[in-house]
Ligand binder design. Structure first.
Ligand SMILES: [Ca+2]
Ligand SMILES: [Ca+2]
Length: 455
């Protein structure tokens, strides 16, 4: 009997434990730390290995924190083993975007797990979190499409916005019984989650959008009206992309024009049958680079009011999505220095994967020699993880741009257009967004939850 136990324990230790050799190698070669209360915080890591051992101590001091973003987007990393019980804080985005990461061991005494800490870890299957933390923060596990099981300590009271959104494989959340609050989109698009034992929780708007587990909760309906500071506006256009195909009473696929390195192709715009519009990037059999694009031209246009799209931006280099407005009659190229007779308004363009930015722009006086434009590029943390809401207020005196409800820019540089515009959702392929990486295709250049306008 004793022999059998030993035989089982030894291989287990070798496979999962932290040997002295591992600690020494990782301590000497891989980590840069800074002093914090009670020990050190890991502030830089050298990557490259499939398994990363985080030692109990570095330089004789206890490892107690992992800094923001410090182990994000590490290639080939499959497993993180935390040796010792000291880690109490995982910073924002600390492990985000690790596409090969399957497991993290040793999360035993956590006091805080940051926003987007595990976002888009698309291979992460299960996670066990222990400690005294009371909240799962915004976006912490968004887009973890392989995550099947989450085990939480019973002290967790709050699930913040978007924290598990898009965890399409999630079946089980254990330890939810003391949760009192579930934020907007927290379990949206968790299509396999049939129930969650959180019967005392209050849910915010769309907490379980496209998730069966929401059926037992009393979830408030989003109001049709908004107050923009001066006026009450009412929803006039809404598409949730929840049909089996694109609603052709509202949209058309853009004509197959050459765009940058590729073409807009009819085949690349469709719904995923889970409530999203997909604008796909791929390579046709003849080598043509293709992307999706749709517009409301001839079917819907609007002058003034609010325009909003909730999108997940493509996170591979070489293409950019955009949500933009075009005047029904095009852009007059008369050199009158005014936007009043028609302008292109880019509510966002997303070519800045590496800097977490999008581009804002207004173009007027045509696209020829008289062309003029103004723009700016706000940087927003974690913009390329999970879904974000992009909004334009078109008032009589200004264009005002928001992301997730926060204003980033306003302009009235060349005046405000008088006529109506139609909407476009497009993806283009080009080096403005970095060198395309075809090995990651086909992939969504833009995923859109909904488009909504008010007037
Ligand atoms: Ca003009
Ligand atoms: Ca939707």
């Amino acid at each position: 009997m004793k022999k059998t136990v030993l035989f089982l324990l030894i291989p287990l230790f070798i496979l999962t434990g932290c040997t002295i050799e591992d600690r020494r190698n990782d301590t000497e070669n891989a980590f840069i730390v800074k002093d914090v209360e009670g020990g050190v915080c890991i502030s830089r890591v050298r990557g490259g290995n499939e398994i990363l051992y985080i030692p109990d101590k570095i330089g004789g001091k206890k490892v107690v924190e992992i800094a923001d973003n410090v182990m994000s987007n590490m290639r080939r990393l499959k497993k993180i083993v935390i040796c010792g019980d000291g880690i109490r804080k995982i910073g924002d985005g600390a492990f985000a975007g690790n596409k090969d990461l399957e497991t993290v061991e040793g999360l035993n005494n956590l006091e805080y797990i940051g926003q987007y800490a595990f976002a888009e870890c698309v291979s992460l299957k299960e996670i066990s979190l222990n400690g005294s933390f009371t909240s799962i923060e915004k976006g912490t596990f968004t887009g973890c499409v392989s995550l099947e099981e989450v085990i939480l300590p019973s002290g967790v009271r709050t699930i913040e916005d978007c924290s598990f959104e898009g965890c399409t494989s999630l079946i089980s959340v254990t330890g939810a019984e003391n949760i009192v609050s579930i934020g907007e989109y927290a379990f949206a698009s968790c299509g396999r989650l049939s129930s969650i034992d959180a019967e005392n929780a209050e849910c915010e708007y769309d907490a379980f959008k496209n998730s069966p587990a929401g059926d037992v909760f009393d979830i408030p309906e989003r109001p049709d009206t908004i107050f923009d500071g001066e006026n009450v506006l009412t929803t006039v256009f809404f598409d949730d992309f929840d049909k089996d195909d694109i609603d052709l009473t509202k949209w058309s696929r853009c004509p197959e024009w050459p765009r940058q390195l590729g073409v807009w192709s009819d085949e690349n715009s469709f719904t995923d049958k889970n409530g999203n519009l997909i604008l796909l990037v791929d390579e046709a059999p003849d080598g043509t680079l293709r992307s999706g694009a749709i517009r409301t031209a001839g079917k819907y246009s609007q002058s003034g009011g609010r325009f909003e799209a909730r999108c997940k931006l493509g996170d591979t280099p070489g293409f950019w999505g955009a949500f933009w407005l075009m005047p029904e009659n095009g852009l007059p190229d008369e050199n009158n220095g005014s936007s009043a007779d028609g302008c292109e308004v880019d509510i966002f363009e997303s070519p800045y994967l590496s800097s977490s930015s999008v581009n804002y722009a207004v173009h007027w006086d045509g696209y020829g020699e008289n062309h003029k434009s103004i723009g700016m590029a706000p940087s927003v943390p974690y913009l390329y993880y999970g879904y974000h809401t992009f909004t334009l207020d078109w008032t009589k005196t200004e264009y005002i741009f928001y992301i997730d409800g926060i204003e980033y820019w306003r302009t009235s540089a060349a005046g405000i257009q008088e006529g109506a515009s139609y909407m476009k959702l497009t993806v283009e392929i080009g080096t403005w967004a970095g060198q395309p990486v075809k090995s990651e295709w086909p992939t969504a250049g833009l995923t859109v939850d909904y488009v909504k306008t008010w007037q």
